[in-house]
Ligand binder design. Structure first.
Ligand SMILES: [Zn+2]
Ligand SMILES: [Zn+2]
Length: 319
């Protein structure tokens, strides 16, 4: 799993930060990528990366503000031109289907693939054999949601050489051992599954939140997450203003991470008033409360290390 930040600004694009868009790359896990929010010019940002629009399997929209959705019609159209024929699933608040269908209709844009819309309702949104996605309503000036993505435990690994050495023949008995069953060899010796398998390992938990004030739903949604992506439109001193505009400060984001016991906090949706040199100051504020994390910038890429159970920065790929 990798997280690639395409746009990390708040409200309007600036030269340094485009509006919101974040890619959850699941190429190893499921051969696809998921997109969270799609601010204007997200497809331009994608051009600077190795992401293929046709690989986008799902798009999750946190809320209907323009800085999170104005890039959708263009991206959907380009996905058609670039040979996308796999169906696309879009999860978003009430109005998302109307917005997309009306824009495509009026601009005479015909898609080569089908779109399945899912209107957000709190609770479990999606589940298959690999992952679950849950959603909660946060506290913004319009309905805004957060998502919790959980990778299911990785299946136990069979230690084949150990099993063979204990006299298990190649074939169906190996599969039984892998599935947790004990077996008997031809010579009548019992081989226990637990002796020839590595235990199943937990996967990752990532929480990706839309615009929000500090709220308990955010804390609950990000409980114990390995990575929490949280907005901080304001620095820690602007508490009152953040509240009035329905946003968070760096302290609010850090407090949420701390209360939730999240391992790493990534702050995004940063106001254009902050310049790149302000990152240090924002990071310092964050670390007063939450020791581990980063201030996101456009094209920041993080990779999940399954064995170490942590994320780290990847080298920039921006060209
Ligand atoms: Zn926003
Ligand atoms: Zn907003």
């Amino acid at each position: 799993m990798q997280l690639l930040f395409l746009g990390t600004g708040a409200g309007m694009p600036s030269k340094q930060r485009n509006t919101s868009a974040l890619v959850l790359k699941l190429l190893e896990e499921r051969g696809t990528v998921w997109l969270f929010d799609c601010g204007e010019a997200t497809q331009h940002q994608i051009l600077h990366t190795t992401i293929k629009p046709r690989k986008i399997e799902k798009i999750f929209i946190t809320h209907m503000h323009g800085d999170h959705i104005f890039g959708l019609p263009g991206l959907l159209g380009s996905r058609s031109f670039q040979g996308g024929d796999e169906p696309l699933e879009i999860y978003g608040p009430s109005g998302i289907k109307e917005y997309i269908e009306m824009t495509l209709k009026l601009s005479r844009t015909h898609l080569t693939y089908s779109v399945v819309y899912h209107e957000l309702v709190e609770g479990l949104l999606f589940e298959d054999e690999l992952m679950t996605v849950e959603t909660r309503l946060l506290d913004h000036v319009i309905p805004s949601y957060g998502f919790r993505i959980t990778q299911k435990p990785l299946p136990p690994k069979l230690l084949i050489n150990k099993a063979l050495a204990l006299g298990v023949p190649k074939g169906p008995l190996l599969a039984k051992l892998k599935n947790g069953e004990d077996v008997e060899t031809l010579t009548g010796q019992l081989v226990r599954s637990q002796d020839v398998t590595e235990p199943e390992e937990r996967g990752f938990v990532v929480a990706i939140l839309g615009d929000t004030r500090f709220c308990h739903a955010a804390v609950e949604l990000s409980q114990g997450a390995d990575v929490l992506v949280h907005e901080a439109t304001f620095d820690g001193t602007a508490k009152k203003m953040a509240g009035e505009y329905g946003h968070s400060t760096v302290y609010d984001a850090a407090k949420t991470a701390r209360l939730a016991g999240a391992t790493a906090l990534i702050i995004n949706h940063i106001s254009a008033r902050f310049l790149p040199e302000d990152d240090k100051f924002l990071l310092k504020q964050m670390r007063e409360i939450q020791p581990h994390g980063f201030i996101a910038h456009d094209f920041l890429e993080l990779e999940w290390l399954q064995h170490a159970k942590k994320i780290r920065k990847k080298q920039p790929i921006h060209s």
